[in-house]
Design a protein around this ligand. Sequence first.
Ligand SMILES: [Zn+2]
Length: 369
Amino acid sequence: MPFYNLDELRRAAAGRWAQILESAGLPAQLLDGRNRPCPKCGGHDRFAAFPDLQQRGAVHCRHCFTRGCAISPSDGIATLRWWLDCSFAESLSFLADAVGVAPERGDLSPSLPGGGSRARPFAAQNASPCTSPFRTELPQDVIDAHTQFARDAYRRIDPETRRRLAEQLSASEDALRALRVGLTADGRGSTWPMRSEAHTVIGVRISGLPWTDQRRAKWSRRGSQSGIFVARRRATNTTSNADSTTLYITEGASDTAAAIGLGLWVIGRASCSASTFFVDRYIHRHQPSRLTIIADNDEAGKSGAKRLAKSLCQALPQSLSAVDVIVPPVPANDFRAWVAATTTTPIDLADATKLATFAPLKQTTFEFG
Ligand SMILES: [Zn+2]
């Protein structure tokens, strides 16, 4: 069981709670502070987010998440526990993954530097009966349900809808097929399977179709984990951009589709703060010789990408010595916009701006006398 510094987690999450709760599968359109149907128990107007949602992450439901319930509303961690039906320790694991905070190392013995005072935030976690973090524990029936949902949606999407969506996203229809993009039953949303490092479907991201009234809506299927977007089978054809040993990491599903269209070996994160755990597992399993994170060209995108790079550098696979972070050249805000703006020739990744290179800290002064 990993231990997390509660204060550090709260600091990292403040100001980002809407995205964190969305990555846990809470529908974004319910988090606007108005009275809404409860995503857990229904009704018409019994659920609402508190006004300072982004800072604190608190929501409540008059029926199933209020004072007197097993878990009562207080902050975002309580919200995660209520929504994910998980223990305190599991909610911290989820949160740490979402915000890219690594577990503390070492035990809680008094010899730990500053041990007495640092031990306190961890105490409550010790009481949990949980033996492994939430993120590795998706039960098989939940995986089966996500897989079936994604498969049905993939069979449902017709060639014309796929063509239209590909055109809107500046991606190829083949890329959408490779990602197994499908259509919701009401025909208003596209579905994007999120996978583990072993390609198991562990969640589904849903995005309103650009030509419907749901165009701004983005949410995850209930019970989804923030996995990675990855082509079902890695393309082995050689195109001008194909370099089979460099792995690219993009932010968001549509950037992933755009990169697949260029023949890149790519995985996508559900958001700039999510999916760190599965990215880490993926690179250890597939051992790329180079790793480049393509960040969105805004502050949240850049800091999220750097956080991911730092987090990965805590334990890089043997095949890697560093992680590069690049951003698309201005004025493109993200990778897809860059691809869309370069219609006559394929983009040249060398035109991207290198933001930083991260490498693991080296231990230099050990003496084994
Ligand atoms: Zn409720």
